[in-house]
Design a protein around this ligand. Structure first.
Ligand code: HEC
Length: 155
Protein backbone atom coordinates (compact mmCIF):
# COMPACT_ATOMS: atom_id res chain seq x y z
CA UNK A 1 0.00 0.00 0.00
CA UNK A 2 2.82 2.36 0.87
CA UNK A 3 4.39 1.73 -2.50
CA UNK A 4 1.10 2.21 -4.31
CA UNK A 5 0.81 5.64 -2.72
CA UNK A 6 4.34 6.52 -3.71
CA UNK A 7 3.48 5.47 -7.24
CA UNK A 8 0.56 7.83 -7.44
CA UNK A 9 2.68 10.77 -6.46
CA UNK A 10 5.88 9.92 -8.24
CA UNK A 11 4.90 8.63 -11.65
CA UNK A 12 4.19 11.95 -13.33
CA UNK A 13 7.82 12.73 -12.53
CA UNK A 14 8.63 10.32 -15.34
CA UNK A 15 7.96 13.13 -17.73
CA UNK A 16 11.22 14.01 -19.38
CA UNK A 17 12.75 10.66 -18.59
CA UNK A 18 11.91 8.67 -21.70
CA UNK A 19 15.01 9.65 -23.64
CA UNK A 20 17.37 8.66 -20.86
CA UNK A 21 15.92 5.21 -20.46
CA UNK A 22 15.65 3.39 -17.16
CA UNK A 23 13.81 5.01 -14.32
CA UNK A 24 15.74 4.74 -11.10
CA UNK A 25 13.11 5.81 -8.61
CA UNK A 26 10.94 3.08 -7.19
CA UNK A 27 7.67 4.64 -8.18
CA UNK A 28 5.88 1.65 -9.56
CA UNK A 29 2.43 0.52 -8.57
CA UNK A 30 2.30 -2.86 -6.89
CA UNK A 31 -0.21 -5.63 -7.26
CA UNK A 32 -1.82 -6.26 -3.89
CA UNK A 33 -3.86 -9.39 -4.32
CA UNK A 34 -7.32 -8.86 -5.69
CA UNK A 35 -7.32 -5.09 -5.85
CA UNK A 36 -4.69 -3.33 -7.85
CA UNK A 37 -3.86 0.25 -7.19
CA UNK A 38 -3.52 2.06 -10.49
CA UNK A 39 -0.97 4.81 -10.77
CA UNK A 40 -3.14 7.24 -12.70
CA UNK A 41 -6.17 9.37 -11.92
CA UNK A 42 -9.41 9.96 -13.78
CA UNK A 43 -7.98 13.24 -15.04
CA UNK A 44 -5.06 11.46 -16.69
CA UNK A 45 -7.52 9.18 -18.49
CA UNK A 46 -9.76 12.06 -19.57
CA UNK A 47 -6.87 14.07 -20.96
CA UNK A 48 -5.45 10.92 -22.52
CA UNK A 49 -8.72 10.25 -24.34
CA UNK A 50 -8.37 13.54 -26.19
CA UNK A 51 -4.75 12.80 -27.09
CA UNK A 52 -5.73 9.32 -28.22
CA UNK A 53 -8.62 10.40 -30.44
CA UNK A 54 -6.53 13.06 -32.13
CA UNK A 55 -3.36 11.04 -32.66
CA UNK A 56 -3.83 7.30 -32.33
CA UNK A 57 -7.36 6.09 -33.00
CA UNK A 58 -6.99 6.23 -36.79
CA UNK A 59 -4.52 3.34 -36.53
CA UNK A 60 -5.22 1.60 -33.22
CA UNK A 61 -9.02 1.87 -33.39
CA UNK A 62 -11.56 3.87 -31.44
CA UNK A 63 -11.11 1.82 -28.25
CA UNK A 64 -7.59 0.53 -28.79
CA UNK A 65 -8.85 -2.65 -30.39
CA UNK A 66 -6.22 -2.47 -33.16
CA UNK A 67 -6.37 -4.33 -36.45
CA UNK A 68 -8.02 -7.72 -36.75
CA UNK A 69 -5.05 -9.48 -38.37
CA UNK A 70 -2.40 -7.61 -36.43
CA UNK A 71 -0.15 -10.68 -36.24
CA UNK A 72 0.20 -10.91 -40.03
CA UNK A 73 2.72 -8.80 -41.88
CA UNK A 74 1.33 -6.73 -44.71
CA UNK A 75 2.80 -6.59 -48.24
CA UNK A 76 5.48 -4.13 -47.10
CA UNK A 77 6.73 -6.64 -44.52
CA UNK A 78 5.50 -4.54 -41.61
CA UNK A 79 2.89 -5.29 -39.01
CA UNK A 80 -0.48 -3.55 -38.86
CA UNK A 81 -1.38 -1.61 -35.69
CA UNK A 82 -1.90 -4.06 -32.80
CA UNK A 83 -4.55 -3.74 -30.11
CA UNK A 84 -3.34 -1.73 -27.11
CA UNK A 85 -6.36 -2.54 -24.94
CA UNK A 86 -4.67 -5.34 -23.02
CA UNK A 87 -5.38 -8.13 -25.50
CA UNK A 88 -2.01 -8.00 -27.32
CA UNK A 89 1.57 -7.29 -26.16
CA UNK A 90 1.62 -3.74 -24.94
CA UNK A 91 1.51 -4.89 -21.31
CA UNK A 92 4.85 -6.71 -21.75
CA UNK A 93 6.58 -3.35 -21.72
CA UNK A 94 7.58 -1.24 -18.72
CA UNK A 95 6.23 2.28 -18.81
CA UNK A 96 9.55 3.72 -19.94
CA UNK A 97 9.48 1.50 -23.04
CA UNK A 98 5.84 2.33 -23.77
CA UNK A 99 6.76 5.99 -23.47
CA UNK A 100 9.73 5.59 -25.82
CA UNK A 101 7.63 3.70 -28.37
CA UNK A 102 5.10 6.51 -28.44
CA UNK A 103 7.69 9.26 -28.38
CA UNK A 104 10.12 7.82 -30.93
CA UNK A 105 8.04 5.27 -32.83
CA UNK A 106 8.99 1.73 -33.80
CA UNK A 107 12.52 0.87 -32.65
CA UNK A 108 15.05 1.43 -35.40
CA UNK A 109 12.32 2.65 -37.73
CA UNK A 110 11.47 -1.00 -38.41
CA UNK A 111 7.72 -0.71 -38.07
CA UNK A 112 4.96 1.68 -39.00
CA UNK A 113 4.42 3.20 -35.59
CA UNK A 114 5.28 6.89 -35.98
CA UNK A 115 7.08 8.87 -33.27
CA UNK A 116 5.28 11.74 -31.58
CA UNK A 117 8.26 13.61 -30.16
CA UNK A 118 7.40 16.75 -32.11
CA UNK A 119 3.63 16.53 -31.55
CA UNK A 120 3.12 15.44 -27.94
CA UNK A 121 4.67 16.57 -24.67
CA UNK A 122 5.87 13.93 -22.21
CA UNK A 123 2.86 14.82 -20.06
CA UNK A 124 0.52 14.05 -22.97
CA UNK A 125 2.33 10.75 -23.54
CA UNK A 126 1.86 9.88 -19.86
CA UNK A 127 -1.84 10.77 -20.22
CA UNK A 128 -2.34 8.59 -23.28
CA UNK A 129 -0.60 5.67 -21.54
CA UNK A 130 -3.09 6.11 -18.69
CA UNK A 131 -5.97 6.03 -21.18
CA UNK A 132 -4.57 2.85 -22.70
CA UNK A 133 -3.94 1.15 -19.36
CA UNK A 134 -7.43 2.04 -18.21
CA UNK A 135 -8.64 -0.47 -20.82
CA UNK A 136 -6.56 -3.24 -19.27
CA UNK A 137 -8.32 -5.71 -16.98
CA UNK A 138 -6.97 -6.02 -13.42
CA UNK A 139 -5.02 -9.26 -14.02
CA UNK A 140 -3.23 -7.77 -17.01
CA UNK A 141 -2.54 -4.56 -15.16
CA UNK A 142 -1.25 -6.45 -12.11
CA UNK A 143 1.12 -8.52 -14.25
CA UNK A 144 2.34 -5.38 -15.98
CA UNK A 145 2.84 -3.62 -12.63
CA UNK A 146 5.09 -6.43 -11.37
CA UNK A 147 7.06 -6.46 -14.60
CA UNK A 148 7.42 -2.70 -14.50
CA UNK A 149 8.68 -2.83 -10.94
CA UNK A 150 11.19 -5.58 -11.75
CA UNK A 151 12.49 -3.58 -14.69
CA UNK A 152 13.25 -0.73 -12.31
CA UNK A 153 14.98 -2.74 -9.63
CA UNK A 154 17.39 -4.18 -12.22
CA UNK A 155 18.80 -0.76 -12.90
C1 HEC B 1 0.20 5.26 -38.56
C2 HEC B 1 -0.41 4.33 -37.65
C3 HEC B 1 -0.16 4.49 -36.17
C4 HEC B 1 -0.43 5.59 -35.37
C5 HEC B 1 -0.98 6.94 -35.78
C6 HEC B 1 -0.10 5.18 -34.02
N1 HEC B 1 0.37 3.90 -34.00
FE1 HEC B 1 0.98 2.85 -32.38
N2 HEC B 1 1.59 1.34 -33.54
C7 HEC B 1 1.39 1.25 -34.90
C8 HEC B 1 1.98 0.02 -35.39
C9 HEC B 1 1.97 -0.47 -36.83
C10 HEC B 1 2.53 -0.65 -34.26
C11 HEC B 1 3.26 -2.00 -34.21
C12 HEC B 1 4.74 -1.79 -34.20
C13 HEC B 1 5.21 -1.32 -35.52
O1 HEC B 1 5.04 -2.04 -36.51
O2 HEC B 1 5.73 -0.21 -35.61
C14 HEC B 1 2.27 0.23 -33.13
C15 HEC B 1 2.66 -0.06 -31.84
C16 HEC B 1 2.26 0.65 -30.72
C17 HEC B 1 2.53 0.26 -29.36
C18 HEC B 1 3.29 -0.99 -28.92
C19 HEC B 1 2.32 -2.13 -28.84
C20 HEC B 1 2.93 -3.41 -28.41
O3 HEC B 1 2.18 -4.40 -28.39
O4 HEC B 1 4.11 -3.46 -28.08
C21 HEC B 1 1.94 1.19 -28.55
C22 HEC B 1 1.94 1.23 -27.04
C23 HEC B 1 1.33 2.17 -29.42
N3 HEC B 1 1.55 1.82 -30.73
C24 HEC B 1 0.65 3.29 -28.97
C25 HEC B 1 0.25 4.32 -29.81
C26 HEC B 1 -0.27 5.58 -29.32
C27 HEC B 1 -0.51 5.91 -27.87
C28 HEC B 1 -0.48 6.36 -30.42
C29 HEC B 1 -0.94 7.80 -30.47
C30 HEC B 1 -0.14 8.75 -29.71
C31 HEC B 1 -0.14 5.57 -31.60
N4 HEC B 1 0.31 4.34 -31.18
C32 HEC B 1 -0.26 5.99 -32.91
C33 HEC B 1 0.76 2.18 -35.70
C34 HEC B 1 0.35 3.44 -35.30
Amino acid sequence: MFRACVGLVALPALAGMFPVGPVVADSSPVATGASVQRWYSGEHVQRGAVVYTQNCSACHGQNGEGTKNWRQRTADGKFPPPPIDGTAHAWHHPITILGSQIKFGAPGGQGSMPGFADKLSDEQIIDVIAWMQDKWPDEIYATWAELDLRSRSKN
